[in-house]
Design a binder for this molecule. Structure first.
Ligand SMILES: Nc1ncnc2c1ncn2[C@@H]1O[C@H](COP(=O)(O)OP(=O)(O)OP(=O)(O)O)[C@@H](O)[C@H]1O
Ligand SMILES: [Mg+2]
Length: 347
């Protein structure tokens, strides 16, 4: 048994009763000098004292422990708890109680950590959001004030300023739409509508949709050789279209002039289909790749080059793919390129 400077209730009762019994027996011995008197009073006082003291200690500690458990669980005793307090709790020894309290404290610590983290997230979110709102609002304010101040009558700039105002308003609308989408996905409000479709066809449609943007940058998008054979997946087609639009759009925005985007498809043994979108663009450094799926997260390159949107695209992609109970991830090397891959259920 390990050395413990706190005596157990049993030991405490034992030692106190022994001391009392010895004292009583010695007193008896002084009054009546006889071995039998000594032994008899010792045995009697010891037994009585031991029973009384251990009962008193047990009752007292049980009451204290009960208060402790009530504090820990912070509930009003229901039927189950009453049974627990009456029958199971008295059987617990102090070591078990200590273990329970330690486990409780540990759990609290974890909960507090999560709360602290959420608090950091909340602060970051508000900070990012106000930053994202400020930029277009300040430009709109600037253009409108300049127009009111007289530029409205200057045919050289008036239309240009109005167009820029309109572009900034569009940016705000996109931001609000994205936020709306994220909050719907997070509250689980958005219902998936899964159906069967050929993933290559959808990718081709997305390439088509973004063709102008690609031409502007001289980017050529293709389906990888050997991946042309149609693969049918079961997923919410419109939501997956949204994922693909963001991935291909990122491939263009963060791609090099005259670069390439390539889509590839693989069936896995676990009856899923892996879709990958690969570009040969600026790539992502290791320290960023684990964070780019967070809301508003953008790499320094994206920020400093002032390309890209609000940084909500990948957060939305992740939500959509996770709502399908699938995964999305990235492999990337700076200046070489990036591959974003996500899985979907095969037909
Ligand atoms: N293909 C890529 N190559 C290099 N960096 C990328 C690529 N895709 C994403 N990133 C980085 O990850 C960040 C987050 O991407 P995400 O799609 O969430 O935001 P965004 O494209 O900047 O804005 P949004 O999609 O909201 O318009 C980007 O800002 C960029 O820094
Ligand atoms: Mg994006």
């Amino acid at each position: 048994m390990p050395y413990n400077k706190n005596l157990s209730p049993k030991q405490l009762s034992l030692f106190t009763s022994l001391a009392l019994a010895l004292l009583a027996a010695l007193t008896a011995l002084i009054i009546r000098f006889h071995v039998l008197v000594f032994v008899a009073s010792f045995v009697f006082v010891f037994t009585a004292a031991y029973l009384l003291i251990s009962y008193a200690i047990k009752t007292y500690t049980n009451r204290q422990i009960k208060i402790l458990y009530k504090l820990i669980s912070r509930t009003k005793a229901g039927k189950k708890e009453v049974y627990y307090y009456r029958n199971i709790l008295p059987e617990k020894n102090l070591d078990e109680v200590t273990q329970d309290v330690e486990a409780w404290a540990e759990q609290r610590k974890v909960e507090i950590e999560i709360l602290k983290q959420n608090e950091v997230f909340r602060k970051e979110f508000l900070q990012n959001l106000s930053h994202e709102l400020k930029t277009p609002i300040f430009s709109i304010q600037g253009y409108v004030e300049t127009l009111i101040g007289g530029a409205i009558n200057n045919p050289e700039v008036n239309v240009k300023f109005l167009e820029r105002t309109s572009a900034n308003i569009q940016r705000l609308v996109n931001l609000v739409d994205d936020l709306d989408e994220i909050s719907k996905l997070e509250t689980g409000e958005l219902q998936l509508n899964p159906k069967l479709f050929v993933i290559q066809d959808l990718v081709k449609e997305v390439f088509e949709l973004l063709a102008d943007k690609m031409t502007e940058k001289g980017i050529v998008a293709t389906i990888k050789k050997g991946c042309e054979q149609s693969i049918t997946v079961l997923a919410d087609k419109e939501k997956i279209r949204q994922v693909l639009i963001n991935l291909v759009d990122n491939g263009i925005k963060y791609g090099k002039q005259n670069g390439t985007i390539e889509a590839s498809f693989y069936k896995t043994p676990s009856k899923t289909v892996l879709t990958e979108i690969t570009d040969n663009g600026i790539g992502i450094a290791d320290e960023h790749s684990s964070r780019i799926f967070e809301r508003f997260y953008r790499t320094d390159t994206a920020r400093s080059r002032k390309i890209g949107g609000s940084g909500l695209g990948l957060a939305i992609c992740k939500h959509i793919i996770e709502a399908h109970q699938q995964t999305i991830d990235v492999r990337s090397t700076p200046d070489v390129g990036s591959t974003f891959g996500f899985s979907l259920k095969a037909e």
